[in-house]
Write a protein that binds this ligand. Structure first.
Ligand SMILES: Cc1ncc(COP(=O)(O)O)c(C=O)c1O
Ligand SMILES: N[C@@H](CCCC[NH3+])C(=O)O
Length: 415
């Protein structure tokens, strides 16, 4: 479904004109569509109907409390990678028993808190983490349910920075070593083995890498059964891509249908950890043109959002679509859309044909995932507001940071 569309010559988020949101909340502002998030979540949940499953939204993609609350109300579980994310999920009304805890660097404190609240599963990424979890669980007199995150060594065919399932990546336990580590886990009295987990990368646009990884995991499940280790769930991670430009990623329904076909006849619960595919196209970053600067070589549109607000273009050379909120009937020029930050890498888009004037509003599309969550205060810029649109209604789910907040907690040296 299209959350953002033109009507009467201007761009709307569901039933609300983006120009109205800019007026009410200022710019830069992230705008999310409730209907889009719901539809994407349902695409997973509906395709999994009839078999045991858990759709754990990857909180790293968008951790706004309003967004998490919406997903919790839909019945989602959550995939977290830090204690901060854990507290966010709980504050948003998420259920601890639907949380899977991923990440290569879990601290003892992370483990203690997760055991205390009773998360569903720890996705353990190394033998040292396994031993540490045993110690922490024993100290608390608890049993930790675990999966091992297995690195199946498949090439996800995505950007090298967001590929995670190759043997040279830091993630997971090499699949060849996994059976031995499972045997060790089975000896540890405060651990309960419940699953096998993998996540091979993000923004995958074809099914074969997912299915190759699944085949390798199923071989491991069979090997473990031969050793008397019974696996109850298969966690296939996240990674399904979205359309930023011309990509044609598979639909969640088709992906899940292919997975269901391969696991037919097995007594396995399915867990997924989608992030981007739930929220990316549910969001835009709304920004205003401050200046147009024409030089001999280039035309620049200097806008009030910058790499501190949205770092994907600078960090991954990610191409993100930029739409005029109120398109003008005038001669277009080829603009680089840049921010006010003192870095040449501070751009949101390059070489876009647009007809612009100072004060115009632009919407950077597909910004609902890895947008606000990766923002920073670089150049002492306050972070953007976040607004969720639901039909004709709007909710300010995070207000803009004030300038005072930017240095609260810092102090002068003693006299
Ligand atoms: C362990 C894990 N699960 C889930 C995700 C979510 O991935 P995506 O946003 O591509 O669905 C990630 C990020 O890539 C991850 O590292
Ligand atoms: N931040 C990345 C995705 C990271 C995936 C995290 N495991 C992006 O914007 O594409």
């Amino acid at each position: 479904m299209e959350a953002f569309s033109y009507r009467d010559g201007q761009l709307f988020a569901e039933g609300v004109a983006l120009s109205e949101l800019a007026q009410r909340f200022g710019t830069p502002t992230y705008v999310y569509s409730r209907a889009h998030i719901e539809a994407q979540y349902h695409a997973y949940a509906d395709a999994l109907a009839g078999i045991p499953h858990l759709v754990c939204f990857a909180v790293k993609a968008n951790s706004n409390l309003g967004v998490l609350n919406l997903l919790a109300r839909l019945g989602a579980g959550f995939d977290i990678v830090s204690r901060g994310e854990l507290e966010r999920v709980l504050a948003a009304g998420g259920a601890a028993e639907r949380i899977v805890f991923s990440g290569v660097g879990k601290s003892r404190e992370d483990m203690r808190r997760a055991l205390e609240v009773g998360v569903h599963c720890f996705n353990v990424e190394s033998t040292d983490e396994l031993e540490r979890l045993q110690t922490v669980a024993a100290e608390q007199g608890k049993t930790a349910s675990i999966s091992l995150r297995v690195n199946p060594d498949v090439d996800a065919g995505t950007h090298p920075y967001i590929s995670t399932g190759l043997k040279e990546n830091k993630f997971g336990i090499a699949i060849a070593a996994a059976a031995a580590v499972y045997s060790r886990a089975a000896e540890l009295p405060n651990l309960r083995i419940i699953g096998v987990d993998c996540h091979i990368g993000s923004q995958l646009t074809s099914l074969p890498p997912f299915l190759d990884a699944l085949d390798r995991l199923l071989l491991l499940v069979d090997e473990l059964a031969g050793k008397g280790i019974h696996i109850q769930h298969l966690d296939l991670g996240g990674g399904l891509g979205v359309r930023y430009r011309e990509e044609q990623p598979p639909l969640a329904a088709d992906y899940i249908a292919a997975v269901r076909q391969r696991i037919a006849g097995r007594d396995l619960k399915l867990v997924f950890e989608p992030g981007r595919s739930i929220v990316a196209n549910a969001g835009v970053l709304l920004t205003r043109v401050e200046y147009l600067k024409h030089t001999e070589h280039k035309d620049f549109a200097i806008v009030d959002a910058a790499m501190n607000d949205l770092i994907r273009p600078a960090l991954y050379q990610a191409w993100m679509d930029v739409l005029p909120v109120q398109p003008r009937d005038a001669q277009a020029r080829r603009y680089d859309i840049v921010g006010p930050i003192c870095e040449t890498g501070d751009f949101l888009a390059k070489e876009r044909e647009l007809a612009l004037a100072e004060g115009d509003l632009l919407a950077v599309r597909s910004a609902g995932a890895y947008g606000f969550v990766m923002s920073s205060n670089y150049n002492t810029r306050g972070r953007a507001a976040e607004v969720l649109v639901d039909g004709e209604q709007t909710f300010e789910v995070r207000r803009r940071e004030t300038l005072q907040e930017l240095y609260a907690g810092e102090s002068l040296l003693p006299a």
